[in-house]
Every structure is written in structure tokens, then in C-alpha cells.
Design a protein around this ligand. Structure first.
Ligand code: PNS
Length: 164
């Protein structure tokens, strides 16, 4: 069984992430979405909240995708990938601005775990401008994020940020 890991902060999940999940799921037998529980920055949502939003969003937007599971993890992505015997790590590339950091991460991960490949998928053009940071910022000022995240995520954002 070919397992691929899609790691990230997902704080919160956006339509850009959901597009990568749908497309990456087609490339493997099981796509394991890994929600990082120990990011450097303090997240808006806990790892369990982020994982729950991912599960609900996947069920709502991609109900046909049944080979995706969501887990939280701590530590290095390559250790998580190895522990699940993953063949590869998948990441979304939005623009050239993402490339340098992703290239560095891919080299670093390859050095730590040469058997785990990195696959980069180019984000759909409609979502190329999207980021969780931007979504949090817009939501914090009461802006409309309905085209950027599923409704259930938009609702949780407004409750957490006490706006709207
Ligand atoms: O959604 P993000 O914040 O762009 O995801 C970044 C993430 C979680 C993939 C990256 O920070 C990561 O892999 N962190 C886990 C720790 C680790 O493995 N660091 C080395 C990667 S160079």
C-alpha cells in the first residue's frame, strides 16, 4: 500500500489545502494528512481542532475521497512519514515565492530520510492567492472569507475571533 503524507499547520484548512488533498489522494492508496501539533508560532486553533475541521471539510467538499485520514503529529515530518511507512511527502506550491522555502525543506527532509520523496503539486490558479495567514487576518477584521474556506471553518473562525 502506497502511503503519502501531506503535512502542514492547517490553521485553518483552506480551499487550497482541500484541492491539494483531492489531487494528492489520486496518486496514492492512502493520503495521511499530518497536522503539526508543535508549530513555532502559537496557532489560533489547537491541533485537535484543526484536525477536526479538516475531517469535516474533507467529508463536506470531497465526499467521494475515502482514502484520506487526518492525524496530528509532533516532531519532524520525516519521522512521522517514516513511522507510517510513507513513500512520499506532498506539498502545495502556490507561487515562486513558496519555492525557496519548499526547496530547502525538501533538501533537508531528503538528507534526513533519503527514502522519502517530496512531491510538489502546483496549487490550482483559483487558490494561488490563498493562505491560512491571510484568512485569519481577514476574518479577524470581520471580512468575508466564504470563498476561501468551507462554511464550517468560517463559522469557527468568527466564534474564535468573536467577530460577525
Ligand atoms: O502549513 P505549513 O506551516 O507551511 O507547514 C510547514 C510544515 C509543518 C510542513 C513544516 O514546518 C514541518 O515539516 N514541520 C515539522 C518539523 C520539521 O520536520 N521541520 C523540518 C522541515 S525543514
Amino acid at each position: 500500500m502506497r502511503v503519502v503524507v501531506y503535512p502542514g499547520s492547517f490553521d485553518p484548512v483552506t480551499y487550497g489545502h482541500l484541492d491539494i488533498i483531492r489531487r494528492a489522494a489520486r496518486l496514492c492508496d492512502r493520503l495521511l494528512v499530518g497536522v503539526l501539533a508543535n508549530p513555532r508560532k502559537e496557532p489560533l486553533f489547537t491541533a485537535n481542532e484543526r484536525a477536526a475541521m479538516l475531517r469535516e471539510s474533507i467529508a463536506e467538499t470531497n465526499p467521494e475521497v475515502t482514502t484520506v485520514t487526518v492525524e496530528t503529529f509532533r516532531g519532524l515530518t520525516v519521522d512521522f512519514a517514516r513511522s507510517r511507512e510513507a513513500a512520499a511527502i506532498v506539498r502545495g506550491l502556490r507561487a515562486v515565492a513558496d519555492f525557496e522555502a519548499e526547496r530547502q525543506m525538501a533538501h533537508f527532509n531528503r538528507r534526513l530520510a533519503p527514502e522519502v520523496e517530496t512531491i510538489m503539486l502546483v496549487t490550482a490558479v483559483e487558490q494561488a492567492y490563498l493562505s491560512s495567514t491571510l484568512v485569519r487576518e481577514i476574518a479577524s477584521f470581520g471580512g468575508d472569507v466564504s470563498g476561501m474556506v468551507p462554511a464550517l471553518v468560517a463559522r469557527r473562525l468568527s466564534v474564535r475571533l468573536r467577530v460577525g
